[in-house]
Write a protein that binds this ligand. Sequence first.
Ligand SMILES: NC(=O)c1ccc[n+]([C@@H]2O[C@H](COP(=O)([O-])OP(=O)(O)OC[C@H]3O[C@@H](n4cnc5c(N)ncnc54)[C@H](OP(=O)(O)O)[C@@H]3O)[C@@H](O)[C@H]2O)c1
Length: 210
Amino acid sequence: MASIKVAVVTGGNKGVGLAVVNNAGIAFKVADNTPFGTQAEVTMKTNFYGTRDVCKELLPLIKPHGRVVNVSSIVSYNSLGRCSPELQKVFRSESITEEELVKLMEKFVEDAKQDIHQKEGWPNTAYGTSKIGVTVLSKIQARELDATRKGDGIILNACCPGWVRTDMAGPNAPKSPDEGAETPVYLALLPPDATAPHGELVSEKKVVKW
Ligand SMILES: NC(=O)c1ccc[n+]([C@@H]2O[C@H](COP(=O)([O-])OP(=O)(O)OC[C@H]3O[C@@H](n4cnc5c(N)ncnc54)[C@H](OP(=O)(O)O)[C@@H]3O)[C@@H](O)[C@H]2O)c1
């Protein structure tokens, strides 16, 4: 996990056309005293905008039956539950657009800089909010693939690797990096005739009800 940023897997004649795993991510340590607004901006830039930028370049290149895995976190789900009811409704909406999502992620950063994010209904976590962005972005991207490349059988999901012993999570996490790779690899190698999961947050190879 720790050394992978974006993994691109090309298949043979019969294999999956192309698989992309967007794995790069950051999290400030709890003890870090960087101002919260700066943490929000930097974390959002890497986790949300980085994933979005890579997808923007690579999604058009995905061949039929390709697989895309955006590494999010179960923390996105926990953080969703700490959003205001209004924000939860928007993030669960099946018609939210990428533009609307980007505006909301921008608003979180601006609210964090002014220290009004909690008053505005956001959870007090830059990492969690950026991962809400990654999970919701994945749902939007899956819908767009269905609309624009119907019949190509491309599958795109967000996932959580679990709590893994990496630079980010430290030595006390229960999973080895190999174990953490299991769910992302499962999603990247879904068989060519698979239709699901698609547009989901997947943890321990199971769909998390968003
Ligand atoms: N570990 C866990 O328990 C856990 C749990 C849930 C989700 N996740 C997610 O799993 C993914 C991998 O995390 P990890 O635990 O392996 O973290 P990590 O040990 O900190 O590794 C993160 C990786 O992302 C790369 N990266 C960070 N910022 C980047 C940028 N701006 N551009 C390009 N590459 C960048 C790093 O590259 P450099 O080394 O070159 O900086 C490193 O290879 C992340 O998305 C994380 O949020 C991890």
